[in-house]
Design a protein around this ligand. Sequence first.
Ligand code: 5GP
Length: 121
Amino acid sequence: MTYDDNNIFAKILRGEIPCKKIYEDNFVLSFHDINPQKKIHALVIPKGKYIDLDDFSEKASSDEIVGLIKGINIVAKKLKISVDTGKGYRALANINEHGGQEVPHLHFHLFGGEKIGKMVE
Ligand code: 5GP
C-alpha cells in the first residue's frame, strides 16, 4: 500500500483544509476531531507521510517516533487531561481494515474530559 497524498489529513497538513489546531511542532500536528465522540476528542498526527502505526514503526526515524509520543503528552497537558493536569484519557490508533481506520494517515485519537467507558464495544 502506498501513501495517498490526497487523504484528508494530508490536505490539513498542507493547509488546504482548515482545522481547529491545538498544537504543532516539527514532528506533529494536533487538532480537534470534526465529529467528536467524547467531550474532548483530539487527533495527533505525525507530519511525515505514514499510513498507519505499522508503517510508522517500520519507516519513521527515532526522532519522529519520540516526537509523536512526546507530542501526545504535550497535547494531553494542553487539554488538561494528562495525569498531572487532569484525570487521564484514552489514546487510540485504528489500524487498517479490522482496526476500522478511515483516514489513511497515522493518527492517535485522544478521548477525555469524561469517563471513556468500555475499551471495546
Ligand atoms: P479513523 O476512523 O481513521 O481512526 O478516524 C478518522 C477520524 O478523522 C474520525 O474520528 C473523523 O471524525 C475525523 N475526521 C475526518 N475528516 C476530518 C476533517 O476533515 N477534519 C477533522 N478535524 N477530523 C476529521
